[in-house]
Design a protein around this ligand. Structure first.
Ligand SMILES: [Zn+2]
Ligand SMILES: [Zn+2]
Length: 131
């Protein structure tokens, strides 16, 4: 069981299972949503993910048609994104995990739209968009 929470700790979630493929996304929307160079997102099966505290504080923003980003309306922590067209998975922002996990991101994606000051210094494969 993996557990995580938002910055103010009002929202807590748990995952019954493993994280799926993990990507570092440099797209402009992830940059803005996280205030950072990129977001690190892991696919998680929807039926294995559960908010067990503070669900009433989870707010959503439709950042592109059909892409909903969930965040804490109290502290602003980005938590996950979901697409009604892909109901089986959510994409978790793994920086919100409290349980240590031993994973290595598979790829940098949307490198074609990374910030001009963002330098990538590792050997992980890079893709201009989503491969
Ligand atoms: Zn919060
Ligand atoms: Zn992105």
């Amino acid at each position: 069981m993996l557990k995580g929470s938002c910055l103010c700790n009002a929202i807590q979630y748990e995952i019954e299972g493993e994280l799926g493929p993990t990507m570092m996304c440099h797209c402009s929307k992830c940059r803005k949503a996280n205030g950072s160079a990129y977001a690190i997102n892991a696919a998680v099966k929807t039926d294995q993910f559960r908010f067990f505290k503070g669900q009433e504080l989870v707010s959503e923003f439709e950042s592109s048609p059909g892409v909903f980003r969930s965040f804490c309306k109290q502290c602003g922590s980005p938590l996950l994104s979901r697409r009604p067209s892909q109901p089986d998975i959510v994409r978790l922002r793994i920086g919100t995990l409290d349980t240590p996990v031993d994973i290595k991101p598979l790829a940098h994606i949307f490198v074609g739209s990374k910030a001009s000051w963002d330098e990538i210094h590792d050997d992980i494969p890079q893709y201009d968009e989503r491969p």
